[in-house]
Design a protein around this ligand. Structure first.
Ligand code: MN
Length: 240
């Protein structure tokens, strides 16, 4: 399943969280701050759940929760590539904070890889304001409907993968035009000092793992809430 469609949540609130990179304890504290209700609320991640930070090995437990949904980030892709093709790709994952996966007991590692392999490239959420999209980096061609069709048909192009998982142009250029077919698109991938919107694209990576902060964005009232990260686990920021 390359695109996951979530029906409207009429019972509770939907929150989208920026890049976690293993900072699950910070996330737990942030969820407590907002009074997250697992019975009715949903939490959606923009990807890059793992690597570099303290608790990447907990990713499987988080992904098993019925209220937690995530798209695949470039770090999940690197982890999957490393396990599928270690001769070519393991080294790159290790260099990018992926040692935790290689150090896991084999059975746990297999379960973790299976969970990561299930992650869709995009999530589409029905909401009061229309469709809301979530991808890790950006939407190819500013055309959500066309992307959703290719993903539903299981035939994304190499270019789709590249843009969805790796693009930083919209941030570097401070905008890249309106994304058609969604009211709002939420992304992560490129650390910012604070959550920032260009066109109808909200950037939620606020560099938690680099000693910045972790940000949650509420899809019901468009409020954002952040908690500063402790400096003890801060990874050195590199663009990968
Ligand atoms: Mn990323």
């Amino acid at each position: 399943m390359m695109i996951k469609k979530l029906p409207r949540n009429r019972a509770g609130r939907d929150w989208v969280v920026g890049d976690l990179h293993g900072c699950f304890e910070l996330l737990r504290r942030l969820m407590k701050t907002i009074g997250f209700n697992p019975q009715t609320d949903r939490l959606i991640s923009v990807g890059d759940l793992v690597d570099r930070g303290p608790d990447s090995h907990l990713v499987g437990e988080w992904l098993a929760q019925p209220w937690f949904h995530a798209v695949r980030g470039n770090h999940e892709q690197m982890a999957l590539d490393a396990m599928r093709n270690p001769l070519e790709d393991l080294d790159r994952h290790l260099r990018n904070g992926g040692r935790w996966l290689s150090e896991m007991p084999p059975a746990e590692r297999d379960a973790c890889v299976a969970a990561l392999a299930q992650l869709p490239l995009a999530i589409e959420i029905d909401s009061e304001v229309g469709k809301i999209g979530v991808v890790h980096a950006d939407c190819p061609g500013n055309d959500w409907s066309a992307l959703a069709e290719r993903l539903a048909a299981n035939c994304p192009s190499a270019e789709d993968y590249d843009t969805l998982l790796w693009s930083r142009e919209r941030v570097f250029d401070r905008g890249a035009g309106h994304v058609n077919g969604v009211a709002l698109l939420l992304v992560g991938h490129t650390p910012q000092d604070h959550a920032i919107r260009y066109d109808n694209v909200m950037h939620l990576d606020t560099g938690a793992v680099y000693g910045g902060k972790l940000t949650l964005f509420c899809l019901d009232d468009f409020v954002e809430v952040s908690l500063p990260a402790g400096s003890e686990h801060a990874a050195r920021y590199q663009l990968h």
